[in-house]
Design a protein around this ligand. Sequence first.
Ligand code: UD1
Ligand code: CA
Length: 487
Amino acid sequence: MSTDRTAPTPPATDLTVVVLAAGGGTRMKSKTAKVLHPLAGRSMLGHVLAAVRELEPRRVVTVVGHQREQVAPHVEEQLPEARIAVQETQDGTGHAVRIAWDVLDDADRQGTVLVAYGDTPLLEGASLRALVADHVGAGRAVSILSGIVGDPHGYGRVVRDEAGEVTGIVEQKDATEEQRAVREINSGILAFDAAFLAAALPRLSSQNAAGEYYLTDTVALAREDGLPVGAMPLDDVLQTEGANDRVQLAELGREKNRRILARWMREGVTVMDPATTWVDADVVLARDVTLLPGVQLLGATVVEEDAVIGPDCTLEDVEVGAGARVVRTHGQLAVIGAGASVGPFSYLRPGTRLGAGGKVGAFVEVKNSSIGDGAKVPHLSYVGDADIGEGTNIGAGTIVANYDGVAKHRTTIGRHARTASNNTFVAPVTVGDGAATGAGSTIREDVPPGALAVSAGPQRTIAGWVLKRRDGTAQAQAARDAGATEE
Ligand code: UD1
Ligand code: CA
């Protein structure tokens, strides 16, 4: 099957989506609910809800059960318009949909009802849309999103008659030897005619090997009623694969990342080493961005045209301007201006705003500070709670002492100032436009525009001190060799 990603979607006013997420996740061995485990910057459930949202259904219901105190608030955060249905005991997928049915309004019990699972993070909206289109187009009571797999063990098998028509789904536990050989499996994603589903749900029984109400039994019920059913195989079977343990989570995470990178490369981004580059689902990259090896772009990071990131950067919720250069940097909630230069070995903490053409250099940490256009903090410095004007140069080894042990204060340094090496600015303090400071100064008082502030005392030089006090050392010998005398 091929799906057109670019096709416009009209809102599906006739579509209700049920997402099943009540099951436990024992094999995760985690205090975190299975569907909340993250990959590519979203929970597994978050990826499914994002795919569902693309369809613009009139109603979404998420069925929660196990660890619902974690899952329900997460759904509310990811998709506030979704309804939550609580399934107290996990008596099967059919039971779960019945619980969902109870929280629907009559207006939602019309048209098409799509059922998906909350643990399939590679699922794409386009595939759901294709199933719904196929289902509605064929006028079926039930449509199965199926897949042809190498190893069907554990899945429900799609059973067909001699004519190739779908007759039902049989679960692994209930399948005959012959049925177990079938390689067409039920992905779990099913589309229903709402009127049929309403009639079928009360008819489901738990008389099967698992003692559960199987949603999949609806297929045979439709056939009994002489209603059309069918299956649409999805070539890309990974889209409906779930992660049951952390090994599978890592595998799906790598695959998700591979797909995200492939998409950006096709959009004009250079990724030198996809194996060591990780880009979250919500990151946005412009054309001609270059990502060098060892780069992680996380959260809502945005990178503009011609910027070069890496090697070895982690940027989370960072905006990088056009043509900026960021090397071996850890950044979070920061803004890097166009043409700016950051790194190597820089740490941009939340609230950092570096202006266009500005520089934050080696071993520099910046927090909650703005550094103006063309301003530079090139070496070995800490800048916290400061505003530095455009074109200003901060000397090597500068510390902005923003914390007095009780409270934090701001420091303001004006435009085109030149502060010298090894300065300490004791906040709150203001240095005016075009001002200067002397090396090693501790600036505790405001410096007016254009002034030079020097806080160190005059230098005292005591001739011959080493010869007297360090006699017999290599130091004293070196001094004598250089012509030093005791007086
Ligand atoms: C189900 C299908 C099977 C399909 C397979 C695909 C049924 C009877 N079987 O089997 O045909 O090949 O998925 O992975 O539908 N859930 C609830 N409440 C419940 C039971 C399940 O919310 O009472 C949720 C689970 O959290 C999970 C999904 O439904 O997200 C599927 O449940 P699971 O137990 O994994 O079903 P399978 O036995 O794998
Ligand atoms: Ca399963």
